[in-house]
Design a protein around this ligand. Structure first.
Ligand SMILES: [Zn+2]
Length: 360
């Protein structure tokens, strides 16, 4: 069998290990490399039958979580110990703020029938939202999810270029509820975002069960943008190995950003560095680069129920670890979580302080 050290080297360096370095023969090094390669390439998730309600492998079932190592970039520490200096020197620290656009607008662009039904619901259960919906209708105030100018300006003030993942599905299935982007409002938004930021696909929940849907969403986004998208992140972080990545590669996706957990913060693959995905069934590197992330807005606030202060403590720890490993810090936010209202009241300062701490 091929050496695990060599396969790890290829995962991170993207090339064969030079002959001059091929003297790692100690069995314990090889065993540790093999275990960590499995963590990196997610062997435990292949064929797992223990899944959550959406069919996802759970963070709490991962070996790293059970062993208390989820917050440790084990791979980076190991690689630095094997290739001191060389590992750090191959890359330099970056911050890449990313945003999933699940619902481009709370009320705008959704059509009259959806808004009338929504208003009826709001009047019964949420008068704050009913008022906001009415004001947006009258054009008296901005749509509460319309935070794009704020995001672009704030990122720019820290010298950062954001990356937006666009969920193209509008299917009435309760999961894929975005505006139809082929219409005027959607096109105008994509026009604005693509002129100041990078754009990726956010494949819908439905696309996980039908490759035709995935293909349609990808083609529609490309058509509207007038160029081929190569970056992607799964909506709800729906990842099934190896199918999801094989499907994305078939489309022409070259970079995936789904490698993180929904219910826990930390390192799903044990690294903060981009790495080449290895298909454990085909025994090959088919050409997909994975960009992992450590913390998502909803994980901090909704799953772990941290207050803004505690969330910032965790965030700054991840930023420090990423800086030390010369990795890419890719925090995951949404347009509706930086509006400082309703359930996300008091989270805009967290977002801004995170950017201040993370900019290079
Ligand atoms: Zn999403």
């Amino acid at each position: 069998m091929e050496s695990a050290v060599k396969r790890l080297y290829y995962s991170f360096f993207g090339q064969e290990m030079p002959a001059s370095l091929r003297n790692f023969t100690e069995a314990d090094v090889e065993q540790k490399a093999s275990d960590l390669f499995d963590r990196l390439q997610r062997r435990e998730e292949y064929g797992s039958k223990v899944l959550d309600s959406k069919g996802r492998f759970k963070a709490e079932d991962s070996e790293a979580f059970r062993e208390g190592k989820i917050s440790l970039p084990e791979l980076d520490l190991f690689m630095e110990s094997l290739f001191p200096g060389a590992y750090a020197a191959t890359f330099s620290y970056q911050c890449l703020p990313t945003f999933d656009i699940d619902n481009a607008y709370a009320f705008r662009g959704k059509g009259l029938m959806k808004n009338v039904a929504g208003m009826a619901k709001n009047l019964v259960s949420d008068t704050q939202r009913a008022r906001s919906r009415f004001q947006t209708w009258l054009n008296a105030s901005k749509d509460p999810y319309d935070t794009y100018a704020y995001i672009l300006e704030t990122c720019q003030s820290f010298g950062l270029r954001p990356l937006f993942f666009i969920q193209m599905g509008s299917y009435n299935n309760g999961y894929d509820t975005n505006i139809p982007f082929r219409k005027k409002e959607g096109r105008a938004l994509l026009d604005l975002l693509s002129s100041h930021a990078d754009i990726g696909l956010h494949p819908s929940y439905a696309s996980n069960f039908d490759k035709q849907i995935l293909y349609r969403e990808y083609t529609e986004l490309n058509d509207i943008l007038g160029k081929k998208v190569i970056k992607s992140r799964q909506h709800f972080l729906m990842l099934k190995f190896p199918e999801t990545y094989r499907n994305l590669l078939e489309l022409g996706i070259q970079e995936d950003y789904s490698m993180g957990w929904a219910s826990q913060t930390g390192y799903r693959a044990g690294t903060c560095r981009p790495f080449l995905w290895y298909d454990l069934e085909q025994n090959s590197f088919p050409g997909l680069t994975v960009y992992p992330f450590t913390n998502m807005d909803g994980t901090l606030h909704e799953y772990l129920k941290l207050n803004p202060e505690r969330a910032l403590e965790q965030i700054s720890e991840f930023i420090e670890q990423t800086r030390a490993a010369q990795g890419v810090y890719t925090p995951l936010w949404h347009n509706h979580t930086v509006n400082n209202r309703w359930e996300w009241n008091k989270w805009q300062p967290v977002f801004e302080q995170m950017l201040a701490l993370s900019c290079p």
